[in-house]
Design a protein. Structure first.
Length: 224
């Protein structure tokens, strides 16, 4: 879906266009002095600049949006760009009218000739397009860096997962080894007890044999 920022910019530009339309269609005819009219036209020029800046930001958001939504988003930008050009022409016509009325106040960016006005407007549009292209190139570079960083991060995560699996298997082997050692200790203790028991039994047998031998000798040599 389109970004929340794009939607906010869309509402902002639409509001600016409404203000410009209201000032040019209703505000300008009601101005009672040249100075008041000049002030109103300066406000319109400022609003149009704000709208152009917002359109640049909207184009940036379009380039980051999913492909399915880019067509709709671009159509809004193109519509606003056409309105922007139309309002620029209306603004210069108002400046010309003010100049012919003796109030002066023509924008230094535009000449009194309509062809010069169109040329200046086209120049502004071209400058805006150049800004958009530079911004797009910057976004493309940032995107490439982000993708490369993501790939490196994915590789690192994969390596960490492999190491984790290796450590898990090593831990399992250590647990198994510890179990085997415990069983071996029990067997060794059992064998030690058996050896000690056999030694005691052997001593008892030797003592019995010695006692029997002593009894036989005593009976044979001393009882007769």
């Amino acid at each position: 879906m389109s970004s929340h920022k794009f939607e906010l910019l869309d509402e902002e530009v639409e509001g600016i266009m409404d203000q410009v339309t209201d000032k040019l269609q209703f505000g300008a005819p009601q101005c009672k002095s040249h100075e008041e009219r000049r002030t109103l036209l300066s406000e319109v020029e400022r609003l149009l600049k704000d709208a152009n800046d917002s359109l640049v930001e909207m184009d940036i958001e379009v380039r980051k949006a999913p492909e399915d939504y880019k067509t709709t988003m671009n159509s809004k930008i193109h519509r606003y760009q056409n309105e922007l050009i139309r309002h620029h022409r209306q603004l210069e016509q108002e400046r010309l009218t003010l100049s012919h009325m003796g109030g002066g106040g023509r924008s230094p960016l535009f000449a009194t000739d309509p062809n010069s006005i169109d040329a200046a407007i086209r120049k502004q549009v071209q400058q805006g397009t150049a800004v958009l292209e530079r911004t797009s190139a910057s976004i493309a570079r940032s995107t490439a860096i982000a993708v490369e960083t993501e790939q490196v991060g994915t590789g690192v995560l994969g390596e960490l997962n492999t190491q984790r699996d290796t450590l898990t298997r090593t831990r399992d082997r250590l647990i198994d080894t510890e179990g085997e050692l415990t069983r071996s200790k029990r067997i060794i203790r059992t064998l030690s007890h058996n050896v000690l028991y056999n030694k005691i039994l052997l001593v008892i047998i030797i003592l019995l044999e010695c006692a029997i031998l002593a009894a036989v000798i005593y009976w044979k040599f001393f009882m007769k």
